[in-house]
Ligand binder design. Structure first.
Ligand code: NAG
Ligand code: NAG
Ligand code: NAG
Length: 332
């Protein structure tokens, strides 16, 4: 009896050891790949929420891009979030702050984010009912919740930039950085070397390297093909806009980016409800943290459109049955 047990034990033991060694090798390979490669955010890594890609540039850490996306439940919500996630997944050192206009974190958004492969924070805050009227600024509470989270969870030691990425826009990857494999090196480029030295990347002077507040054109907005800051000798001097050109910062929410340090240094800077008119949210916020003369023009002196206010057509659900007819329940 006893000898039978021992013989079985010694047959199983070597196999068990082989399996353990193989699993260990596989995890090591995976972690080397993810630290060294930009396209690390694969589905398998989805559950790690606060993962920050460490890519050394000039021996320091690549600043994290924090994208703040307010969202609310509607038929096309998942489609919009999918379009955004597909873009953001390709951006290294990126953290997505998704803020639902809701009493709870909805299952749809929770599941979506968990499977997105992105580093993210999922927040929620309900817009008070009295503010849910046409003519009222939207997503104020949600953007402020994200600012609050950053002030609570990030410190001056964390290099980063914050921008407001509404879910009805389309973003070019060039907005985040023009990282290329070219060997060209200009004074505007900072040499960025991936963690394991697998390649050399050039990091242009785009959003990620915003010192205080940077700005760029936005397409399909304000009743025009585009709006943009007008730049003279590398400085913003006025605005090309078709709507209320008297605004101090005549810019769309998708047209600027703020260094995280500026957010932390101005703890009272928030999006305002009181006294704020629709379309003045951006100006009211930027007034608290910067001046027009200080703005840093991006997108080649604001001559290129890298973000579009696309908006999705209102969905026609005219043929949707009153009572469920399909045999399965399906999330859309
Ligand atoms: C990084 O390197 C570039 C090019 O050598 C240099 O111009 C820049 O000042 C450096 N930045 C930092 C933060 O050291
Ligand atoms: C922006 O304009 C400034 C001043 O005219 C110029 O020195 C700089 O090279 C321009 N930058 C780009 C990316 O075109
Ligand atoms: C960004 O870098 C590319 C080469 O990698 C260069 O062609 C382009 O002009 C640069 N853009 C700016 C704004 O410096």
């Amino acid at each position: 009896m006893k000898s039978q047990f021992y013989s079985r034990f010694f047959i199983i033991l070597p196999w068990a050891l082989i399996v353990i060694i193989m699993i260990d090798m596989d995890t090591k390979r995976t972690s080397a790949r993810s630290s060294g490669h930009f396209y690390l955010s694969r589905l398998g890594n989805a559950r790690r929420q606060d993962r920050t890609t460490r890519i050394a540039y000039n021996g320091t850490t690549l600043p994290v891009i924090y994208a703040v996306t307010p969202t609310y439940s509607r038929p096309q919500q998942k489609a919009e979030l999918t379009r955004l996630a597909n873009t953001f997944r390709q951006v290294p050192s990126f953290h997505w702050i998704v803020v639902e206009d809701s009493n709870v974190r909805t299952e749809l958004v929770s599941r979506f984010l968990a499977r997105s492969g992105l580093s993210y924070t999922h927040l929620h805050v309900l817009t008070p009912r009295r503010y849910k009227r046409t003519g009222m600024p939207r997503a104020t509470e949600q953007r402020n919740a994200a600012l609050g989270w950053l002030r609570l969870h990030r410190s001056p030691q964390d290099p980063g930039v914050v921008f407001f990425a509404d879910d009805d826009n389309t973003y070019s990857l060039e907005l985040f950085e023009e990282i290329t494999h070219h060997t060209l090196f200009t004074s505007q480029c900072t040499k960025a070397v991936s963690g394991t030295g697998q390649g050399t990347f050039l990091l242009n002077s785009t959003m990620r390297l915003t010192r205080r507040v940077s700005v760029w054109p936005v397409g399909l907005v304000g009743g025009r093909r585009y709006e943009r800051p007008l730049v003279d000798k590398g400085r913003v001097v006025s605005w090309y806009t078709g709507w209320r050109a008297d605004r101090p910062f005549a810019i769309d929410m998708a047209g600027f980016c703020v260094n995280l340090q500026v957010v932390l240094d101005n703890p009272r800077a928030l999006f305002k409800r009181r006294g704020s008119q629709p379309g003045m949210q951006e100006s009211d916020f930027l007034k608290q943290i910067t001046k027009v003369e200080e703005l840093e023009p991006k997108a080649e002196n604001c001559t290129r459109v890298l973000v579009w206010h696309t908006r999705t057509e209102k969905v026609n659900l005219g043929n949707e049955p009153k009572h469920r007819q399909d045999s399965i329940h399906i999330e859309v």
